[in-house]
Design a protein around this ligand. Structure first.
Ligand code: GTP
Ligand code: MG
Length: 223
């Protein structure tokens, strides 16, 4: 699978894709969702990143088996207060990255909660990859690799430990899930679904206001 780099003066909207896949990134506050995506899309790690307000979007294009695939990855907020806004964005997702922090056991315990939220909106026809992030902090580990593998096996998820700090497994995990979606799509796995694929990035007025209120908020979650 080969990434297509779009260079100026071309733009995302000028690409004619054969397929468009939506992937959502879920998990508790501060597990590293936004840093995983900024590492993947811009090779940037932010030590003091602000908590995500609502949702943010990353778009990439790939060429695979001579087809152009557009991938929209939606980074969602881990804070409970955004639940009612963000869960509508789960709709139409063919893939999900469920992220926990290997140094905080409760974020691992909450994975089922995120998965149940996801399938309550989206049905369980979705490719899921469990990501144990912050593998660079393995000295502070509270979740063993075996424990995580067992959970992944139980639910039929793929599993990787990742680090947004040292880049470990990030590109691999995301590209594997894209390939998995591509193959399932080709085999008709999603075809019985009546997906609503309108995944336009649309910040409504309330959302913009909330964002303004929270500009100085590093992280509003309690842990
Ligand atoms: P919300 O948007 O609030 O849901 O949080 P998030 O899951 O997007 O977390 P974010 O990416 O903002 O990261 C939270 C904190 O963890 C930041 O201080 C990051 O620098 C740090 N962090 C993220 N990924 C890693 C990692 O792989 N290793 C280490 N050591 N720190 C990380
Ligand atoms: Mg975030």
């Amino acid at each position: 699978m080969e990434e297509i780099i779009i260079q100026f003066p071309h733009s995302v909207s000028s690409m004619n894709e054969d397929y468009s896949f939506k992937i959502v990134v879920l998990g508790d506050c501060a597990v590293g969702k936004s840093n995983i995506l900024s590492k993947y899309s811009k090779n940037i790690f932010n030590k003091t990143s602000k908590s995500t307000i609502g949702v943010e979007l990353v778009t990439k294009f790939y060429k695979y088996e001579n087809k152009i695939i557009k991938v929209n990855i939606w980074d969602t907020a881990g804070q409970e207060r955004f639940f009612s806004i963000i869960n509508t964005y789960y709709k139409g997702a063919k893939g999900a990255l469920l992220v926990y922090d290997i140094t905080r056991k409760n974020t691992f315990d909450n994975i089922e909660k995120w998965f149940n939220e996801l399938i309550s909106i989206n049905s369980n026809r979705i490719s899921v990859c469990l990501l144990g992030n912050k593998s660079d902090l393995s000295l502070l580990r509270q979740v063993s690799i075996d424990e995580a593998r067992n959970k992944a096996k139980k639910f039929g998820f793929r599993f990787y430990e990742t680090s947004a700090l040292d880049s470990s497994n990030i590109k691999l995990a995301i590209e594997e899930i894209i390939k998995d979606i591509y193959i399932k799509n080709k085999n008709g796995f999603y075809s019985e679904q009546n997906y609503n694929n309108s995944d336009k990035f649309d910040l409504d007025k309330n959302y913009k206001e909330q964002k303004k209120d929270n500009e100085n908020n590093i992280c509003g979650c309690n842990f």
